[in-house]
Write a protein that binds this ligand. Structure first.
Ligand code: IMP
Length: 200
């Protein structure tokens, strides 16, 4: 099976992405690729952060790799927390405080429309290609559910009447931003593999 490095050690994302790519690609995390490195996300767009991560790994390893950056964009907060989703309340990855802060800012706000957005940067032979996935939904008034990570307990995807944290991983993966971006990436990779197979 083809191997590809996923420029992340975020176990939640790795588990989700492995499940989506099961049987198609073997995913290596940074640690598994022998890289003890924490890549910063210094930019103010998801595209540039994803590109920074994938290019850093490509320069170190010289093999195909991809990175993603995701976030929750809330209409009533002009797209916040967006690119700052992981560190909205100050400390990177403090999900509980991030949720608390978001619910606080949304107090009294009726427009709860929001979306999760994922941007993937895939580097092959030194060339970058972006893939985007969007999942529309609303911000709940209170937390519900135990599954998932990040803002899952307060995000209700369009078409369901429960939060992502109340969904099974199959239910979340059927509609999630990450799954949509990965599907686009896979379609592109499989198409390309077919074209080069046919040329042989
Ligand atoms: P980053 O992409 O690692 O910079 O962080 C994205 C942040 O967005 C995560 O720490 C979560 O807070 C949030 N996030 C991204 N995707 C999801 C998701 O599928 N569910 C819940 N929160 C998410």
């Amino acid at each position: 099976m083809n191997k590809i490095i996923f420029a992340s050690n975020n176990i939640n994302k790795v588990v989700e992405i492995r499940k989506i790519l099961e049987g198609k690609y073997e995913i290596l995390t940074l640690n598994e690729a022998g890289l003890e490195i924490d890549i910063p996300e210094p930019h103010d767009t998801m595209e540039l952060n994803a590109l920074e991560k994938s290019m850093t790994i490509y320069k170190l390893k010289g093999t195909s790799c991809f990175a993603e950056d995701s976030g929750l964009e809330v209409d009533a907060l002009n797209g916040e927390p967006g690119v700052r989703s992981a560190r909205y309340a100050g400390t990177h990855g403090d999900d509980a405080r991030n949720i608390e802060m978001l619910l606080h800012k949304m107090q009294g706000i009726e427009n709860r429309n929001a979306r999760f957005r994922t941007v993937i940067s895939l580097i092959e032979n030194g060339r970058n290609k972006f893939f985007e996935g969007i999942c529309e939904g609303t911000v709940a008034y209170q937390q519900k559910g135990e599954n998932g990570f990040g803002y899952d307990p307060i995000f209700i995807p369009l078409g369901l009447d429960k939060t992502f944290a109340e969904c099974t991983s199959e239910e979340k993966n059927a509609v999630s931003h990450r799954k949509k971006a990965i599907n686009k990436m896979i379609e592109y990779m499989l198409l390309k593999d077919n074209i080069s197979e046919n040329k042989k």
